[in-house]
Ligand binder design. Structure first.
Ligand code: SAM
Length: 415
């Protein structure tokens, strides 16, 4: 599917063809049922130029909407062992799907070099993602290299990783030893049948729960008060699929000290058949939680934080940190583009400034063509300064259908 055109009905929101066989309406005789995006966005790269004018001084880098650059998400693989239908639906990501060849991937040394340059531009937080990052061989080596990076004033970075938890039981100790501080585990339900259906590979929920326990035992996510508030559990809510898991998930993690967060189902990529009807607004999630748990609103813990925080309250109506907190990430109903301080590095070194972007900037080309660190810094800085995207805030204005903006898949760009 290298950049070529192929058939996609679901992806384009078009009606199914009228040519049907009587035995199976909707299917065309002799045609594969596989659904492929019309255009493979991975192969669309924007050339990066090395500017001649110097960048403004340290700490002053701002984009067109005055947003600083603070957070870099690094995708280390485009492969995943789950097939969640909102992210990597089986019909597209099947046995014939072509993943990026290994030689295209950034090496650990290249990733670390890029991260160091980003730190020089103001980045203070690094998140490893994918695909499923724990599928990348020897990931601990990369974590060790990233953990050794320092800010210009000698501080370590906030280093974290997002995982589906399937390999965490085996890897938690090694990750911690390598220097990882915390993890976010994606978990879309606590009921085994619901969870198996959502990951669509029949993966049992008990294995992920064991992974979370292993992360806690390894000390991942421990905060300064000896609680696990930095061990985060993320649940994507699809109204038609796992709404009934919200309260059971809250009951399960209540009192654990871990932070459970509910994410609105987003229209990332073009393969998940997203519909607004499937989005459960965060306000409804909070209303539902309040039927059982008294909650109090909490201040954001950092500028640009994606989640709105709520604390479990005690009998006096005050937040009791021992009970933990919940969060909601309302990227659809309360877009937070104005606060977005994130850049994303795809598995093969393209720089994306928005989760909903159609094209990335080809950083790998500069990296592999002898650009110096100063040149990389200037080129990245220039791209950031020109940034003016705010897809989610403009979502309602985008026309659905073939003319809609093209978006990369989340499994490729990283969550
Ligand atoms: N495999 C890792 C994991 O499961 O956490 C990292 C990659 S995954 C793409 C990162 C996060 O994106 C997961 O929490 C996943 O649930 C979330 N995600 C994927 N597609 C989404 C969508 N359409 N809407 C909201 N969140 C989504």
């Amino acid at each position: 599917m290298d950049g070529g055109l192929s058939l996609s009905q679901r992806c384009e929101g078009a009606k199914p063809p009228s040519l049907t066989t009587p035995s199976d309406p909707g299917k065309i005789e002799g045609m594969s049922e596989r659904i492929i995006p019309l255009l493979d966005q991975r192969h669309q790269g924007l050339a990066m130029k090395i500017p001649t004018a110097p960048l403004p001084g340290e700490g002053l880098l701002r984009d067109q909407l005055h947003r600083p650059l603070r957070d870099l998400r690094i995708s280390v693989t485009d492969r995943c062992n789950f097939r969640c239908n909102y992210c990597m639906p089986k019909e597209v990501f099947d046995s014939q799907y072509t993943y990026l060849p290994h030689g295209d991937l950034l090496s650990f040394e290249e990733i670390t070099r890029v991260a160091r340059v980003f730190v020089g531009l103001g980045v203070r937080k690094l998140r490893l993602t994918g695909g499923e990052p724990l599928l990348r061989k020897n990931l601990e080596v990369l974590i060790g290299q990233l953990a050794a990076l320092r800010t210009p004033d000698g501080q370590p970075l906030d280093l974290t990783l997002t995982t589906n938890g399937s390999l965490l039981k085996r890897k938690a100790q090694d990750l911690r030893r390598a220097g990882l501080q915390r993890v976010t585990v994606s978990l879309d339900g606590i009921d085994d049948a619901v969870f198996r259906a959502m990951n669509d590979v029949d993966f049992p929920v008990s294995d992920v729960l064991e992974g979370i326990a292993a992360a806690r035992d390894a000390g991942l996510g421990l905060d300064a008060h000896g609680r696990f508030s930095h061990l985060k559990i993320n649940m994507v809510v699809k109204r038609t699929t796992n709404l009934d898991q919200i309260l059971p998930m809250a009951r399960h993690f209540h009192g654990s000290g871990m932070t459970l967060r509910f994410i609105e189902y987003m229209d990332v990529g073009t393969t998940n058949g997203w519909r607004m009807d499937d989005v459960l607004p965060s306000a409804e999630v909070i209303r539902l939680l309040q039927t059982e748990f008294p909650l109090v609103a909490l201040e954001p813990s950092a500028p640009g934080e994606t989640a709105q925080r709520w604390g479990y309250a005690n009998a006096l109506g005050r937040h009791d940190p021992a009970l933990g907190e919940v969060g909601v990430i309302s990227s659809v109903t309360q877009a937070f583009c104005h606060d977005c301080n994130r850049a994303r590095l795809s598995t093969e070194g393209k720089l994306y400034l928005c989760l909903f972007a159609g094209q990335g900037h080809d950083l790998r080309d500069l990296l592999r063509n002898q650009a110096t660190d100063e040149q990389l810094k200037a080129a990245i800085g220039q791209v950031w300064q020109q940034r003016d995207d705010r897809y989610s805030e403009l979502r309602g204005r985008h026309t659905p259908g073939p003319a809609a903006p093209r978006r990369v898949e989340m499994s490729y760009i990283g969550g």
